[in-house]
Design a protein around this ligand. Structure first.
Ligand code: AMP
Ligand code: ZN
Length: 116
């Protein structure tokens, strides 16, 4: 049984199917979905099936490697061959709003630097 935090976590609900969402990827360890509020023409999220509140809470380097390699493969699958950006917002000051580890895949426009 998930703990109380996981039970109220929107990404855990998407992983379990309690909230319906079209899965662009559904592998043993992770899913990918389109972001509800896209910040670029292509804005996808790669989400581990297990709940980690942020990247600092995940000690599994294999899983982190898989998430990044899936994110990169997904970017190419979505024709982002001119470039893309992977983002992992962490903590309140890092701009994280959903406290379940995820990687943003952003592309389809020029990405400025520094980010906001
Ligand atoms: P972050 O601010 O880095 O935690 O990113 C959370 C992202 O999740 C935001 O870009 C939201 O638009 C997105 N989001 C929140 N709820 C949903 C949902 N139900 N389906 C898809 N994306 C979502
Ligand atoms: Zn969760």
């Amino acid at each position: 049984m998930p703990n109380a935090q996981e039970a109220s976590c929107v990404f855990c609900k998407i992983v379990s199917g309690e909230i319906q969402s079209k899965k662009l990827l559904d592998s043993e360890n992770c899913i990918a979905i389109s972001d509800l509020n896209p910040q670029a023409p292509t804005h996808l999220l790669v989400i581990p099936k297990d709940h980690y509140s942020d990247i600092t809470q995940c000690q599994k380097s294999n899983l982190l490697g898989e998430l990044f390699s899936q994110a990169s493969a997904l970017a190419l699958k979505h024709s982002l061959n001119k470039g893309f950006r992977l983002v992992v917002n962490t903590g309140n000051e890092g701009g994280q709003t959903v406290h379940h580890l995820h990687i943003h895949v952003l592309g389809g426009r020029f990405m400025g630097w520094p980010p906001g």
